[in-house]
Ligand binder design. Structure first.
Ligand SMILES: Cc1cc2nc3c(=O)[nH]c(=O)nc-3n(C[C@H](O)[C@H](O)[C@H](O)COP(=O)(O)O)c2cc1C
Ligand code: SF4
Length: 454
């Protein structure tokens, strides 16, 4: 492959790039003009489909194919731009919105045109204060320039765009939880089908796409499907924003072709440049928390849509890598992971509600030195009996809980066993016998919960 030229981040750091004039001076909104003035919506869908642009929000579903599911005879279409960015370890959407807000808006405009969108809603988590103000200012400028509203760029196409701020719940990043929240209700995911393309926001045909997915559309229109497909690996086309956090020398956001190896992301000179303070790597959760963990020996895994599966991961996810240093206590890692999902489960489905909090309780008692070897098998068993993939839940949150928990337990089982065998003798039995909430409760966001047992 020819040397890689970053496109999504090409304007990052350009002075005043948040101003529409500067963005236009750098060639901005040219792709939108091309699409709206010289292509039909169907032609835009065809190009995006030919480029094999797979969704960057986690599931990797091809964007053009998703758009083609919209009913042909629809009169109203909504585009929900998923800027909830709730996956732990992920901050590429945030970087796009603050680093080049007009690129995001141009992607929304072209994608809105392709899908014949009447109104686009950018659903943004409330914690994104700066990003909200930056994007709102850019949107106001784009409206003033005739890029949103009626008869955009003098064409027959009209589309409104609003930013809606959510209250900051992980499950509101799930597309139907997002839709419910946008409708003013509690952010509870909906049973599918019907899928949003047929019946989504306000029961109308709706497309939900991630911010980065839509930003890619600008460059596909500008440079063509063949250019996009020439980047990345066989089934994983295009550039990707990888994020990396943890005790590395240069945590941050890096653009690279899909298929960058996890080792390169951590140690490469162009990326995080290795561990800080001379630490080693115990493992890495490479795609946002929900995909599962790679051990140090597995770091050559390519971060694309296919290779990750060879390592027992759920998928590429958001490509937000969290590096676990060699001195981390794996019991604390597991407890943090389980606590997150127990807290974020919306509670509608029994397996998810009970399963996530049960796994948290087990992980918590392992962490306080009261674990049993059989707890490790119990964690795996529980993780295998919840989730949408097994038809047991409404949304994918428990699948996302199961993968990190299961892979951490399976891949670091020796370490867990060592800790458990080194425990104070009789401690686990004592905890099981006394079940004293005062002595063994652990804080979960201000509450005290009983570290119970099965
Ligand atoms: C619990 C949960 C949380 C999610 N959070 C996000 C999120 O914050 N941002 C996002 O784009 N997708 C998120 N998703 C995936 C969305 O449901 C949906 O697949 C995605 O927004 C579609 O966009 P894409 O096709 O462009 O990737 C989440 C899914 C689940 C199950
Ligand atoms: S799977 Fe969990 S998060 Fe999703 S709807 Fe059911 S209870 Fe809520």
């Amino acid at each position: 492959m020819a040397s890689f030229e970053p496109v999504l981040t090409r304007n990052f750091g350009v002075e005043n790039i948040r101003s529409i004039d500067v963005y236009r001076a750098k060639g901005g909104y040219k792709a939108a003009e091309t699409a709206l003035r010289s292509m039909s919506p169907e032609q835009v869908v065809e190009v995006v489909t030919a480029a094999n642009l797979r969704g960057r929000g986690g599931a990797g579903f091809p964007a053009g194919v998703k758009w083609s599911f919209l009913p042909k005879d629809r009169r109203i279409t909504y585009l929900c731009v998923n800027a909830d960015e709730s996956e732990p370890g992920t901050f590429n959407n945030r970087a796009l919105m603050e680093g080049d807000p007009h690129q995001v808006l141009e992607g929304i405009l072209i994608s809105g045109y392709a899908t014949r969108t009447t109104t686009a809603y950018i659903y943004m988590r409330v914690e994104f204060h700066e990003q909200f103000h930056v994007l709102q200012k850019a949107l106001d400028a784009a409206y003033a320039a005739g890029l949103f509203g009626r008869n955009i760029l003098g064409t027959n196409f009209s589309m409104d765009c609003y930013i809606h701020r959510g209250a900051g719940a992980y499950v509101c990043g799930e597309e139907t939880g997002l839709i419910e929240s946008l409708e003013g209700k509690r952010g509870w995911p909906r049973i599918k089908p019907p899928f949003p393309a047929v019946e989504g926001l306000f029961r109308r045909p709706t497309v939900v796409n991630n911010v980065e997915t839509l930003a890619c559309v600008v460059h596909i229109i500008e440079r063509g499907a063949e250019w996009f497909k020439s980047i990345g690996t066989a089934n994983s086309a295009g550039p990707k924003l990888y994020t990396i956090s943890g005790p590395v020398k240069r945590p941050g956001v890096y653009e690279a072709p899909l298929g960058l190896s996890c080792r390169e992301l951590i140690f490469g000179d162009a990326y995080a440049q290795g561990m800080s303070d001379g630490k080693g790597v115990k493992g890495c959760i490479p795609g946002g928390l929900s995909v599962g963990v790679l051990t140090e020996q597995e770091l050559d895994c390519k971060l694309d849509f296919d290779d990750v599966r060879k390592y027992g991961l759920l998928g590429l996810g958001t490509a937000g890598a969290i590096v676990i240093p060699s001195d981390a206590d794996i019991r604390q890692v597991l407890m943090n992971v389980t606590r997150f999902y127990a807290h974020e489960s919306c509670g509608q489905c029994t397996q998810c509600r009970e399963g996530t909090s049960w796994m948290y309780k087990i992980a918590a008692r392992i962490a306080i030195g009261a674990g049993r070897i059989e707890d490790l098998d119990l964690l795996i068993e529980v993780s295998q009996n919840m989730g949408m993939m097994g038809g047991l839940s409404i949304c994918g949150l428990p699948d996302g809980a199961a993968y990190p928990i299961r892979t951490i337990v399976e891949k670091f089982r020796d370490e867990f066993e060592r800790h458990i065998r080194a425990q104070e003798p009789g401690r686990a039995a004592e905890v099981l016998r006394r079940l004293n909430p005062a002595a063994y409760s652990l804080p979960i966001l201000g509450q005290s919960r009983w570290v119970g047992v099965r």
